[in-house]
Design a protein around this ligand. Sequence first.
Ligand code: PLP
Length: 389
Amino acid sequence: MLRTISGFDRIGEENAFAVLARATALSAQGKDIINLGIGQPDFKTPAHIVEAAIKALKDGHHGYTPANGLLATREAVARRTLTTTGVEVSPENIIIVPGGKVTMFAAIMIFGEPGAEILYPDPGFPIYRSMIEFTGAKPVPVPIREENGFAFSAEETLSLITPNTRLLILNSPANPTGGVTPKSEIEKLVKGLEDHPHVAIMSDEIYDVMTYDGEEHCSLLTFPQIRDRLIVLNGWSKTWAMTGWRMGWSIWPDQLYDKVRKLAVNCWSCVNAPSQYAGIAAIDGPQDDVEKMCKAFDNRRKIVVDGLNSLPGISCATPKGAFYAFPNVKETGWPAKKLASALLDGAGVALIGGPDFGILGEGYIRLSYANSEENIIRAIERIEKFLAK
Ligand code: PLP
């Protein structure tokens, strides 16, 4: 028997990938599956971004780049950050990483160890908890409640901080709920955090452009009083439909930057060079495709919410951001995970059970509306038929 570290007995998974694999296998058997499971835009990466990668390859950019990313890519991220948040960030605080997930890996590895406590949203992106458990730190769920519009509550979050808290993870617009935390609540939280200078903050802002109904994303970067302990996670995956390129960026305070740069040197060396050139084109090029995609998500959001609310036993709060709906299915009488897998097998609709996102996910399912209007309508019809049986 080989002896491995105990972290691997605790590390979890992201069930969206397992559902994707099952849905793909069922499709390969000739079954007609509508996939509302995985969280990735159904759009292609805009052509000018693809062209920039091809050009970089033809121009001979085939080698390593600096571990923290090309200066030109980091400068592009700084320009984009100024445009979207109004905040000036030095390229010396930016690192280019292979996907947004790598930022959470790095942040949790830097702070997690037995005895440490890390606060994370529940329901929330499953990798937060999985990675916290991997490090041996204590995962402390911050409840994200439907009755609070799936926003986090500053008061409740602050009440969970102890002398052992090392890191607080925030996510707005949120996966899996589509919740957007209002600026007033974030202001309250930041004010409270001033009394807890030992707590670092990682703000996952990967869905920052996807807000609806006039809702505005409030970046934690806009609060200078916490900048020296703030990590901001962002990236290209969702905004420019680039999930498969594995391109993310993060902004780190001076006191942590060299730690993550060293982690990069030890672990991934650098992000592949052509993608980094494509990343510059994404930021500096026309944004029409991004706008079109967000408009399409907004339209589909209305279809999905109206459709779900017309079904017996299901009620769906209107998501204000990202591309997920998180309907309450308690009245159907089905446990959420069982319902999700029965819908895949019995109705050909792939979606994710709420418990895959945390304890408070029981009673909910997550649908990604990154799929065509036609497919969303067909999926709702199938769910309706299935529930009527
Ligand atoms: N953060 C959140 C909240 C996400 O939903 C996701 C992907 O689904 C990520 C981070 C990871 O993004 P990436 O694909 O760039 O690793």
